[in-house]
Design a protein around this ligand. Sequence first.
Ligand SMILES: Cn1c(O)c(C(=O)NCC(=O)O)c(=O)c2ccccc21
Ligand SMILES: [Mn+2]
Length: 251
Amino acid sequence: NHSVVSTDVPMSKRSDYVDLCRNIIRDMDLYGVCVLDNFLGYERGMSVLNEVMNLYSMGVFKDGELVRNKASNNLKTIRGDEIIWVDGRENSCKHIGQLISDVDSVVMGSNQMNDNGKLGNYTINGRTKAMVACYPGHGSHYVKHVDNPNKDGRCITAIYYLNKDWDIKENGGLLRIFPEGWSDQVADIEPLFDRILFFWSDRRNPHEVQPAFKTRYAITLWYFDGNEKEEAGKKFHVASQSNICCFENAT
Ligand SMILES: Cn1c(O)c(C(=O)NCC(=O)O)c(=O)c2ccccc21
Ligand SMILES: [Mn+2]
C-alpha cells in the first residue's frame, strides 16, 4: 500500500507519478497484483463517489443478476451486482472521466516506462469503458471467476474502490484473489475508499467477491493488448463492441 500525496495537477505532472508507475511495474512483474491507496486524494475521491451515488439514485444501473442465496441455502434469490457502463464524457460523469484519464496515465506510463517498454510484455492500445458496479448489500456476491479465460484481448483489470468507513468484518465484500502458482496463498483486498487495484485479467488471477452486507461501489476498467485483441477479433466477435474504446494513435 503506497500512500501517495495527490493534488489536482494532471496525473502525469504529479511529483509522484514516476514512483507510482515504478510501483505498478514492480508489483505486476513480481505478484501480478498491485494495490495503491489514496490514488486521487480525499476531495477528488469524494467527487467520484458523489457522481456514482447520483447515478445510482437515478436508477440507471442495470438490475443485477438474481442469484440464489447459497449462504442461507434457501431458495430466496438475492439481487447480485448492478452495473452501468460510463465512458466518462457524459456531463454528469466529469469526475469519473477524470479518474479514467488518470488510470490511463499510470497504465500507459507504466507500459512505456518499463525497461523493455512494455508492462508484462503487452502492447496496450485500448480499454473498455468504465464499468460502475454496485453490490446492494444483503449478501450480494460474485462467484469465483477469471475475467479473461479465453484470450479476448483484455490483459489488465483496474478496479477503483469507493467505500468509506468500510469494516470488512461487518460489511464483508472482500475481494479474494487466488493467484495461480501461489499454491495455497490468497490475496485478500478490502474495497477501501480511494484504493486502486491492478491485476492480470487472465487465468493467473481467479477471484471472487465475498457477500457484501453494505452497499459496495467499484469502477472497473479493462485494458487491451493490441495483438491478443486483434487475434480475438478474427476468432470470434468480441461481445458488446459498444463498450470498447481504442486509444487514438496508440503507439
Ligand atoms: C460486477 N462485477 C464484478 O464485481 C467483477 C469483479 O470481479 N469484481 C471484483 C471487485 O469488485 O472487487 C467482475 O469481474 C464482473 C464481470 C462482469 C460483470 C460484472 C462484474
Ligand atoms: Mn472479475
